[in-house]
Design a protein around this ligand. Structure first.
Ligand code: HEC
Length: 516
């Protein structure tokens, strides 16, 4: 880390602008697309990266975080196996930002800077068929993170098949992650004491929420329809993670389920199970301990849609793969630096076929030394498997289904994106219009949404990307609405170009407004 920083400083002193990248033309869009969903004033990250000043003020840290693949947070090694909806920067994007940082960070012509995005935490899939919400909870995370679990009745009289699931954080800046489980036996109880609940074990994991992620939508087109059973009278369990420093802040996160219409036809059922587990290991203090788990003789051919490795704070690395009857390796996932804060279901780009009689494996290591920043014990003590965050776990969940001919050829990334769009399709506005433009005093913004409920956030930025005014934040409206921007509000705004950024039902739009 030191070396990278020194090198970076040396290069930036002697560097000239030979590569030609500028913030306005090249870097701003990359930062908006890959960083700003968390690094915005209302986001989960500790500082904002919404304009040139924000980025240059944090340049040394940004260089290290990108060069060392810490940011954007995406733990799987994409050289081992690729996943849908990856947050990782592509090679050339990474090079572009690093070169620009090493070359004196030229701003370029601010007129070329794209409009900064706006964010909200509203439900982009809209109202669903079942909504469950945790009671208002006040975070107890002072200098440690707070992990709490809520068990909520579904009150479903009849079993249904899940088509999509969206977690809507109540207070986005403090919801670091959430995991959603189905407890069919309805026996697991809410656990908010001790702040170390890592979730139930005898429950089916549906998916998770991390900031900026798209909602979970299973492929539901004519070629491939997938769904997950939600049995009648199940409880829904939300395992919530509130970060250190959020003490005293309130949250009431909810989860919205969308079901297939009844009677369901042609939908293939996804099973969710922690197939690989190891509950008998001991982690002595000041040691790195290797742990593994396997499952032999898979009874039938299966297709694996997604994978979720799980360890707690002492986790160091984990890799999972299959071995077929010829002992050929079937790659699944490699997480070289486990990070408890960033865990998720990773959806493959193509489903992975595991032929009958194969064996599944997971190999990992725990770091129970003082060198592990996440070690909850100082000095280190012997740690055993258990349910609390301060105990350890070693398991790998799978979303899988019985194999059918051609499964491995479906492009899951495209199919899931299309399925998200199927919710948004009729939400495209026929118009977002600003009148008058150019404006002398008051500009009126007319927005036409879809029929029924719409959710809108809108802000005005100056050409330097500084926010001038929030016009709407998470505003619900029916069919159409109007916003006004009074350009004479506050201290005199300069004449020139401003950006109006709008997020309507999860989709971004922007427009330039000229003030006379
Ligand atoms: C999904 C959310 C998310 C995204 C996307 C994201 N960050 Fe972060 N970032 C965080 C959070 C949360 C922290 C603070 C805790 C931590 O370090 O994990 C952080 C911390 C940082 C830090 C300081 C700590 C460190 O590791 O150096 C830097 C620098 C940083 N981010 C840069 C970036 C850049 C640059 C991008 C885009 C290329 C980016 N981040 C994308 C959430 C995010």
């Amino acid at each position: 880390m030191k070396r990278a920083l020194l090198l970076f400083l040396a290069v930036s002193i002697i560097g000239s602008n030979s590569f030609g990248q500028t913030y306005a033309d090249d870097v701003a869009q990359l930062v908006f697309d890959n960083c700003a969903s968390c690094h915005n004033p209302d986001g989960i990250a500790p500082f904002s990266l919404m304009n040139y000043q924000d980025v240059t003020a944090n340049s040394a840290q940004i260089y290290d975080a990108i060069a060392q693949d810490r940011m954007p947070p995406w733990p799987p090694n994409e050289n081992y196996k690729e996943f849908s909806h990856s947050r990782a920067l592509e090679g050339q994007e990474k090079t572009m930002i690093l070169d620009w940082l090493s070359n004196g960070m030229p701003e370029g012509d601010p007129n070329n800077t794209p409009a900064p995005p706006v964010f909200d935490s509203g439900a982009i899939l809209g109202a669903g068929d079942l909504e469950v919400q945790i009671p208002t909870y006040t975070s107890k995370a002072t200098s440690f993170d707070d992990y709490v679990c809520f068990s909520l009745p579904s009150n479903l009289a009849q079993g249904r098949t899940i088509k999509a699931m969206e977690v809507v954080p109540g207070n986005a800046p403090i919801v670091h992650h959430a995991l959603v489980y189905i407890d069919e036996s309805a026996t697991y109880a809410t656990d908010t004491v001790g702040g170390d609940c890592a979730g139930p074990t005898n429950a089916k994991l549906v998916g998770g929420y991390t900031p900026g992620a798209t909602p979970l939508v299973f492929p539901n087109g004519s070629g491939l329809k997938l769904g997950m059973d939600l049995p009648a009278n199940s409880n829904i369990v939300l395992a919530m993670h509130y970060p250190a420093g959020s003490n005293g802040m309130k949250d009431s996160t909810k989860v919205i389920f969308h079901f297939y219409d009844e009677p369901v036809s042609g939908v293939r059922e996804i099973s969710a199970e922690p197939i690989l587990q190891n509950w008998s290991f001991t982690l002595p203090p000041e040691q790195i301990t290797e742990v593994s788990a396997s499952y032999s003789n898979i009874p039938i051919d299966v297709s694996i849609l997604s994978i979720f490795p799980h360890m707690h704070l002492l986790g160091d690395q984990i890799k999972s793969y299959g071995l077929d009857t010829n002992n050929d390796t079937i790659r699944m996932i490699d997480i070289p630096h486990w990070d408890f804060e960033w865990q998720d279901f990773y959806m493959f780009k193509n489903m992975v076929k595991i032929p009958a009689n194969s064996t599944l494996h997971a190999d990992g290591a725990f770091n129970n030394t003082a060198a592990n920043d996440h070690n909850p014990n100082n000095p280190a003590i012997t740690v055993y498997p258990g349910l609390n965050t301060t105990d350890e776990m070693f398991l790998v969940y799978f979303h899988y289904l019985a194999y059918e001919q051609g499964d491995e050829n479906y492009n899951i990334e495209d199919l899931t994106s299309l399925s998200v769009e199927s919710y948004l399709d009729n939400t495209l506005p026929s118009t977002i219009s600003v009148f008058p433009n150019p404006v002398n005093e008051v500009a009126t913004v007319s927005i036409q949404g879809k029929q029924g409920d719409n959710i809108l956030s809108a802000s005005v930025y100056d050409i330097q990307g500084r926010k001038i005014e929030t016009l709407a934040q998470g505003l619900h409206f029916t069919n159409q609405t109007e916003l006004t921007w009074n350009t004479t509000n506050g201290s005199g705004l300069k004449s020139g170009v401003y950006y109006l950024s709008i997020r309507l039902n999860g989709v971004l739009y922007d427009q330039k407004i000229v003030k006379n």
